[in-house]
Design a binder for this molecule. Structure first.
Ligand code: NDP
Length: 507
């Protein structure tokens, strides 16, 4: 097997990368079988690089490496684990420009946005470095002369299966707590977007993490991903992706009783109250369904606008969308890049055609004028006159397509919003804080933003209700996804026989 010193070499001008290798047990390696697959620049449809295609053999090697060092890593001082995470944060900052170019090239984020994202990644590493030595168990008052307490212990080997929309951020938001709390990691990036994870692996090595603590296997979900989820030595799985695949992963995990965090899909509402500042409301709506070309789990693709302000809102929305610059992510001024792949492009185009039969096309629906040939570009698209049970109003499209629904009473609004298999997120815009909070409490969602749009932070919990997921990423709540509880009880009497009366349920 040929081992290289780097994960890849980027030629930013040619928009290609060379010698792409996976990261297993501290080494940059090809797939054991030598297989590769192409990864494509969604701005042009051209191949950026050939990426190793891992199979079960590669997954076995990565999991074995992570298992071999799991105990040593668990008992490494938390202060030392934190120091390594801080080294890594500094290296990410140093290499932010290269990471941003890779992410923009591979995922279609426009470059300015990719740069912002890469600039933010160290926040997650620092947050969890800070918590590494502060998270612990608790003491418990029990009857008798006993000391009873809990230890929070790592799970062991954790798997991180990542989608393509925010490749590095989503990987880091789960690997940072896992590593900080003493777990080892095996990552499977999305097949469309492996490159930034591999570059990150170079930085993990440079930061000084022991071999085997962090591994990346690239490949297909049904091959490498399924092998990883099914691996009996994987004790915890964080899966971020579609609800459908999440169910498959949960079933694979159930066979070996692995702990699972599922961060799944959504069909989130943006709700405009009659007393909202309509310019703000339009901005929140546009950010909600156009950010990253609508490929965001919390995308606000159902716009619930109060009937009294519907017409005015639609006029302002049209004017705002006309100003949105869609095009090559590397061009100056681009505000919306391409969809990630031909497959996603076809899916979104199909939904736009379905929308034309289910409602009235209000804006967009086509290919943006002047968009580069071969790239996967669509216009921001808005439908009106759409029934709540229409497919475009119920199914996650994962593109810049929204439907507008009007409402009159809070009860009617809440019923319509909650009538969804998803429950990820909601944005509320208005002036009457009592009404806003009253509605917020009644929505079956994992997160609510009031007079704001979504911004991800390491310290606030993120996750879904209903089929949008289980468990929480980020915030102190995420600790439970990467630890297990051990209860310890110590009898403090001089001898077991001379002790106070035993108290408890007789088993
Ligand atoms: P997918 O569910 O298609 O894929 C997610 C990951 O799972 C990829 O790495 C994929 O590999 C892998 N995978 C696919 N099949 C299997 C399998 N049988 N076993 C194990 N792994 C598998 O999601 P997308 O990549 O299309 O991402 C979009 C989805 O992610 C949307 O539904 C979105 O809402 C959701 N998402 C949720 C977030 C949240 O925080 N709640 C955040 C971001 C996205 P491959 O790429 O090779 O198919």
């Amino acid at each position: 097997m040929s081992v290289t010193t780097h994960a890849l070499t980027l030629d930013a001008d040619a928009r290609t990368a060379d010698q792409v290798a996976m990261f297993v047990d501290g080494q940059f390696v090809p797939a054991a079988a030598g297989a590769t697959f192409p990864t494509v620049d969604p701005n042009t449809g051209r191949t950026i690089a050939e990426v190793p295609r891992a199979d079960g053999t590669d997954v076995d090697r990565a999991v074995a490496a992570a298992k071999r060092v799991a105990v040593e890593w668990q008992f490494t001082d938390a202060i030392a684990r934190a120091a390594l995470l801080r080294n890594l944060a500094a290296l990410v900052t140093e290499h932010a420009d290269e990471l941003a170019r890779l992410e923009a090239l591979d995922s279609g984020h426009y470059l300015a946005k990719a740069s912002e994202l890469m600039g933010a990644i160290p926040l997650w590493l620092d947050y969890w470095a800070s918590l590494a030595d502060k998270v612990g168990g608790r003491t418990i008052e029990v009857p008798g002369n006993k000391l009873s307490f809990t230890l929070l212990e790592p799970l062991g080997v954790t798997a991180h299966i990542v989608p393509w929309n925010y490749p590095l951020l989503i990987m880091v938001r789960s690997c940072a707590p896992a590593l900080a709390l003493g777990n080892t990691c095996v990552v499977k990036p999305a097949e469309d977007t492996s490159l930034s994870a591999l570059k990150f692996a170079e930085l993990v090595k440079e930061a000084g993490f022991p071999d085997g603590v962090f591994n990346v296997v690239t490949g297909f979900g049904t091959e490498a991903g399924a092998s990883l989820a099914a691996h009996p030595d994987v004790a915890g799985i964080t899966f971020t992706g579609s609800t459908e695949t999440g169910k498959t992963v949960a079933k694979l995990a159930a066979d070996h009783v692995a702990q699972v965090n599922l961060e799944l899909g959504g069909k989130s509402p943006t709700i405009v109250f009659p007393d909202a500042d309509l310019d703000d409301a339009v901005e929140a709506a546009v950010q909600g369904f156009c950010s990253h070309t609508g490929q965001v789990c919390v995308a606000g693709t159902r716009l619930f606008v109060h009937a009294d302000v519907r017409e005015q809102f639609l006029q302002k929305l049209t004017a705002r969308l006309e100003q949105t610059q869609v095009g090559d992510g590397f061009a100056d001024g681009t505000q919306m890049g391409p969809l990630v792949s031909q497959k996603q492009y076809d899916r979104v185009r199909d939904y736009i055609e379905i929308g034309k039969t289910e409602g009235t096309l209000h804006y967009g629906g086509g290919r943006p004028a002047g968009a580069p040939e071969g790239g996967y570009f669509v216009e921001p698209t808005v439908f009106v006159d759409v029934a709540h049970d229409a497919r475009i109003a119920r199914e996650e499209i994962f593109g810049p397509v929204a439907s507008v629904h009007s409402w009159s009473t809070e009860d009617e609004l809440v019923e319509a919003v909650n009538d969804s298999i998803y429950g990820l997120f909601a944005v509320l815009l208005g002036s009457d804080i009592k009404k806003l909070l009253s509605t917020a409490r009644r929505l079956q969602v994992g997160g609510v933003m009031i007079n704001d749009w979504f911004g991800e932070l390491p310290m606030t919990p993120h996750g879904g209700h209903k089929q949008s997921g289980t468990g929480r990423e980020e915030g102190i709540e995420a600790v439970h996804g990467y630890t297990q509880v051990k209860h310890v009880s110590v009898n403090l009497d001089p001898s077991l026989r001379a002790g106070s009366d035993w108290a408890g349920a007789p088993l």
